[in-house]
Design a protein around this ligand. Structure first.
Ligand code: 5AD
Length: 511
């Protein structure tokens, strides 16, 4: 099975993935509605790194705690399955850390687990349905009664109390805004309570953990802002993740230092709207300043950040990229639609022209910056002309990657005020047209790289094909004949050929 690697926040992928070796599982949403960058050579999103111990960032205090003999969960096991975005993946890493801090041990499959947790996504209807099909399968297998089953994340928040009626085998329902209370909720479960809930949304706290059980050995996720205060008409996130809460700048830099000391060379800064981050400490750093400070941490070679909202995308972010080579040549800037009328109905807070001004600013950076975006087709009232504006925007911007989705009406969103007028079939056709247009753009842009020398962080090795697989700073997947020892190293590679989704290369000397 492929090793999970989510290229972008909240990006569903076509493949079921699992971290089985790394002991906690993440299933990404299989969806024909989505197009994302994969790998043309190896038909999996990524491959699992070979050998070596999984690196954890475990401060000594947490280590002592983890080894203490009288822990509530000692001898018990857990399994987490994660659906959806990188924020969810990272939340699960933190939840795993909390459980391990209480003495629980992660296991590879739900059959072996005393506690089974589903960290859910409700961004689109199909994503939300996943957890119910998992719970149904459980009931059929007749194993539910012997385990504690918990549902975390966005579907938990959205369904709330109703979950207990819909799925009586569930004992814990907890939205992400209540994760800081997770130790208390676990203590209630340990004391035998049958139904435990964490559903409050009005929190000011971020989910801080003493120990985070990270599952990628080279790239560490680091959340800087939780929740979302935007009210995009289509989006359920403000209702499922609660209000925006930013972590203090100094805390983020300190965590980056610890990550670098633990051997991570790439940091991926996360937030639903990452550039809405505001330093709550008296230092009052700007987001651009924070990026610069993380990029300056000794040992950190690459910093990515996602997802940026065009409304908060300011020129100082590009200036920070100009000044700090460790900030990767990549920006994900979801546009959602190319027609200003549709953007207004979506309540995005910018017009097509204003968005293009931001792109212009990025194009003026000292180095070429790779651009990616999210698109929704078939939003309420989208006409054929509106849709053509979206396709023309793709041609104008020439993105390197596009994640595209059919509009899916969500509960408690203001889009419900409009009729979902575009027929499913029309949505499907528009999606195909858009994805084909983008495929051609990507192929053209990738082929223009043939002959160039690029640096790759090798993330995996496919023994069968003797191929190392890595990523360029622009987040392109690159395969080259390599060696298992390349994994985790930076290699210089000449690009020799290109497909729409990935590059192929030859390693240069002993770099
Ligand atoms: N329907 C379809 N796509 C959606 N997205 C968010 N909400 C919806 C919805 N209701 C997409 C947006 C967002 C990405 C993470 O998911 O493009 O940027």
């Amino acid at each position: 099975m492929p090793w999970l690697d989510v290229p972008m926040i909240r990006r569903p992928m076509r493949l079921r993935s699992c971290y089985s070796k790394l002991r906690f599982h993440a299933i990404l949403i299989s969806s024909a509605q989505c197009c994302s960058m994969g790998n043309d050579l190896i038909q999996i999103a990524n491959v699992r790194p070979q050998g070596g111990a999984v690196l954890d960032v475990l401060p000594e205090s947490a280590m002592d705690f983890a080894l203490a003999p009288s822990l509530a969960g000692e001898g018990k096991t857990f399994y987490i399955e994660t659906f959806g975005c990188q924020m969810n993946v990272h939340d699960s890493e933190k939840v795993a850390g909390v459980l391990m801090g209480r003495g629980y041990r992660p296991v590879d499959c739900y059959e072996d687990a005393d506690i089974v947790l589903y960290n859910t996504c409700s961004i689109r209807e199909r994503a939300a349905q996943k957890v119910f099909s998992r719970l149904g399968a459980f009931r059929k297998a007749g194993t539910a009664g012997r385990k504690i089953i918990g549902v975390l994340g966005c579907v938990a928040q959205q369904e709330g109390e109703r979950f207990f009626e819909r799925a009586p085998q569930v004992s814990l329902v907890c939205g992400s805004a209540s994760y800081p209370k997770l130790p208390d909720l676990l203590a209630q479960i340990e004391s035998g309570r049958r139904r435990v809930r964490g559903l409050a949304l009005d929190t000011e706290d971020c989910f801080e953990t003493e120990f985070t059980r990270r599952d990628n050995r080279f790239r560490a996720y680091l959340t800087i802002i939780e929740g979302c205060d935007q009210r995009c008409a289509f989006c359920v996130v403000p209702m499922t993740r609660g209000p925006e809460r930013s972590r203090a700048g100094a805390k983020i830099v300190a965590e980056s230092r610890r990550l670098a000391e633990a051997g991570y060379t790439e940091i991926q800064i996360l937030g639903q709207i990452v550039n809405a981050w505001r330093d709550p400490s008296p230092a009052r750093w700007s987001f651009a300043e924070l990026l610069g400070r993380v990029a300056e941490v000794p040992g950190v070679r690459r910093v990515r950040f996602t997802t940026s909202h065009p409304r908060y995308f300011t020129p100082d972010i590009v200036q920070a990229m100009d000044s700090h080579p460790a900030l990767c040549d990549q920006i994900h800037l979801p546009v959602q639609a190319g027609s200003s009328e549709v953007l207004a109905r979506m309540r995005r807070g910018y017009s097509r022209e204003e968005y293009l001004e931001k792109i212009d600013c990025i194009r003026k950076a000292r180095r070429a910056i790779s651009l990616s975006t999210d698109i929704i087709v078939g939003f309420c009232g989208e006409s054929e002309k509106d849709f053509e504006r979206t396709v023309s925007l793709l041609e104008e911007v020439e993105y390197d990657q596009v994640f595209s989705f059919k509009f899916s009406p969500r509960p408690n969103t203001s889009a419900l005020e409009f009729a979902d007028t575009v027929e499913e079939e029309v949505k499907g056709n528009r999606l195909s047209v858009l994805q084909e247009a983008q495929r051609r753009i990507q192929l053209r842009r990738n082929q223009a790289l043939v002959g160039q020398k690029v640096e790759v962080l090798v993330e995996g090795y496919q023994a069968r094909l003797r191929q190392a697989v890595g990523r360029t700073t622009s987040n392109r997947v690159l395969n080259f004949p390599g060696d298992p020892a390349d994994v985790g190293c930076y290699r210089m590679v000449t690009v020799t050929s290109a497909g729409p989704n990935s590059l192929v290369g030859e390693r240069i000397g002993d770099w």
